[in-house]
Design a protein around this ligand. Structure first.
Ligand SMILES: Cc1ncc(COP(=O)(O)O)c(C=O)c1O
Length: 449
């Protein structure tokens, strides 16, 4: 369908266009390469399309400007870290006020109570703890699950992502065995010692994995969001919860990305009853944070097995976890930015964006499919929705993706570098979305020649 020689030619043209538009980013990158491996502060920032990443001068709302003065509509939004829009006014005001009152004292502040109550209202779990990242929230939830069940392994879904958590970088090989995923760096032990992998939407596989009696927890997103979007089939999530209960495993839902469907994520929308829930990124409005919620039963099982004397040594912690600044940011973000009315607006925009993508896919007869998850949309290079992570991964096309991302970047749109995802913030406008629709159509038209 896509002529690869033509794709290469088009890509080359975009590479040249990128270089000519971004000379100052090129200079910054040369200097950065002297002091940081790959010229970036975190290794995966090297994944952006183009010869080097853009250097950002300012970001506000749904837009940012690079050091060359080029303006962009940001559909990546820090891969959900800035789903609130960049520097939302209410969060900034709360942060500024807290800056004058102390940023971290390793003691609770009033904001911690307000934030925990708000999270309880949204997700239905009564008790909350705070971390510095969603990764840490997942790590802690896993550790507590092992503690209270006395079991060693966790179940994850094939092609999941839950942050840089050792146990989760496993996949299924062609014989259905749990093995390490490609690119996994410095794993402490073989992954089949800590993890059992099952396919998404596969209840029989889930029960077979649980039946072996060694599973402490199931950690999963309610819809997969890190291999494209994969939606749960009707009844699947409720049935997973029932299986977890039947076999005595802790059911942990990770809502870090799926909060795109509304203030209480898919847990609220579908009336799910997990034992624990993790989330990070957007709830801090851009300030690093993470949190995990739990039932009274889980908290009381943990309390039975922990003692004050050694509480600072047991694999749960983070000196700056629950710091005053992040809690002030979360309070403002949850109560004033990620509100019901803003979600309504963001979800309408998400649908508008997907309508635009669908229209071009249909017009040019492309074998692609656009998935919708509230304020989030994403297209996959196959003609129908994927049912498992494996299927979604097989529909990837790195060469094509690199071209599309670079072309749209040159046209003034930033997509997330990991896949073809766009996210709407409360500051995104219909005009932003329609501009993308126009650029996306032009790109498709040129691509099919
Ligand atoms: C579902 C999910 N959970 C957790 C994380 C980890 O977030 P962080 O890298 O902020 O710790 C991610 C990151 O992409 C994620 O997608």
């Amino acid at each position: 369908m896509i002529n690869r020689a033509r794709l290469k030619e088009l890509h080359k043209k975009e590479e040249e266009r990128f270089l000519s538009r971004t000379p100052k980013s090129a200079d910054r990158f040369a200097a950065a390469s002297e002091v940081m491996p790959g010229g970036v502060p975190m290794s995966w920032m090297a994944k952006w399309p183009g010869k080097y990443p853009l250097f950002v001068a300012t970001a506000k709302g749904a837009h940012f400007t690079d050091v060359d003065g080029n303006e962009y509509i940001d559909l990546c939004l820090g891969d959900t870290g800035s789903m609130t829009g960049h520097s939302p006014a209410a969060t900034v005001a709360a942060i500024k006020a807290q800056l004058e009152r102390g940023m971290t004292a390793m003691l609770p502040t009033d904001d911690a109570v307000v934030v925990s109550s708000e999270l309880a209202k949204r997700f239905g779990l009564p008790l909350w703890q705070f971390t510095v990242s969603a990764t840490d929230a997942n790590r802690h939830a896993i550790r507590y699950s092992r503690l209270i069940t006395g079991k060693s392994k966790i179940i994850v879904i094939d092609r999941c992502y839950h942050g840089s958590v050792d146990e989760t970088f496993a996949t299924l090989d062609s014989a259905g065995k749990t093995v390490m995923r490609e690119g996994n760096i410095g794993a402490p032990v073989p992954l089949d010692e800590t993890t059992r992998v099952v396919e998404f939407n596969d209840l029989a596989g889930m029960e077979a994995a649980l039946k072996q009696g060694d599973i402490a927890a199931i950690l999963m997103e309610p819809a997969m969001t890190n291999v494209g979007i994969v939606m749960p089939e009707d009844g699947y999530l409720v049935a997973v919860g029932e299986l977890a209960k039947k076999y005595g495993a802790v059911w942990i839902i990770d809502e870090t990305h799926t909060i795109s469907v509304g203030p209480g994520g898919m847990t609220k929308d579908l009336g799910l009853k997990p034992d624990m829930l993790t989330i990070g990124k957007a709830i801090g409005g851009g300030i690093p944070t993470g949190t995990f919620g739990m039932t009274h039963e889980i908290a009381s099982e943990i309390a039975k097995r922990t003692s004050r004397e050694v509480i600072d040594t047991g694999g749960i912690g983070g000196t700056l976890a629950g710091n005053a600044l992040s809690l002030a940011a979360m309070r403002a973000t949850l109560t004033e930015v990620l509100t019901e009315s803003n979600f309504k607006k963001m979800i309408a925009l998400g649908n508008r964006w997907c309508d635009g993508v669908d229209a071009a896919i249909n017009e040019f007869n492309l074998p692609w499919y656009c998935n919708r998850l509230g304020a989030r949309g994403e297209y996959l290079f196959q003609g129908k929705a994927a049912v498992t992570g494996k299927e979604a991964a097989a529909a990837g096309d790195f060469e094509l993706e690199q071209y599309i991302h670079l072309r749209l970047l040159n046209d003034g749109f930033l997509l997330t570098p990991f896949h073809n995802m766009a996210l709407m913030s409360p500051d995104t406008t219909e005009a932003d979305v329609d501009a993308h629709t126009k650029a996306f159509r032009e790109m498709c038209k040129e691509l099919v020649g």
